[in-house]
Design a protein around this ligand. Sequence first.
Ligand SMILES: CC(C)(COP(=O)(O)OP(=O)(O)OC[C@H]1O[C@@H](n2cnc3c(N)ncnc32)[C@H](O)[C@@H]1OP(=O)(O)O)[C@@H](O)C(=O)NCCC(=O)NCCS
Length: 172
Amino acid sequence: MELLRTGRLRLRPWTARAGDLDRLTDLYGRAEVTRWLGGPPTVPAAELVQRWATVHELNDLHGCWAIEPLDGSAPAGTVLFKPLPSGVGEIEVGWHLHPDSWGHGYATEAARAVVDRGFDAGLPEVYAVVRPGNEASLAVCRRLGMTPLGRLRRWYDVELEAFRLTAPERAD
Ligand SMILES: CC(C)(COP(=O)(O)OP(=O)(O)OC[C@H]1O[C@@H](n2cnc3c(N)ncnc32)[C@H](O)[C@@H]1OP(=O)(O)O)[C@@H](O)C(=O)NCCC(=O)NCCS
């Protein structure tokens, strides 16, 4: 998986190194994060890393990256770009940040990078889905310029605020 760079971040694969696994275990062990994800992951961190590697192996447009601030601080969290479950091929962008890394604009900056990468590869549109009441995540969707589609029960078997962003017109 290629590395992505933004002004303040490096996006790279999560690894099975102890530092990454500890950070993932901490991040996905926090109720203030997992309450918005439908609960904690059902598998340990090492398996998350493997599954995310598989996401990219199956389709190199997709991926789940560690968001690494260039200032040397611990990975801020995960940005995801992958198909929505039980959809018809819609691609979802998602963000899971450690609470110690909220409030810096990292989620929006990382999401913009993976969305632009998808659009550059020819993807026509991207979706985000947010649990009602998750104001911080709704704000990320707005910052990204996404269009609200209202509450839909189309994915994840639960009613979610859905958003869509359409690729800019291409010059070619
Ligand atoms: C959703 C979540 C990623 C949002 O994180 P966030 O840090 O608030 O989002 P952003 O990266 O867009 O950062 C915006 C904040 O950084 C601030 N900020 C500080 N410096 C900034 C900079 N240089 N550039 C941009 N924003 C900056 C903004 O003012 C804003 O803060 P505010 O909300 O107090 O106004 C985070 O709350 C989270 O991980 N929650 C738990 C998991 C979750 O809900 N995931 C989404 C499931 S749908």
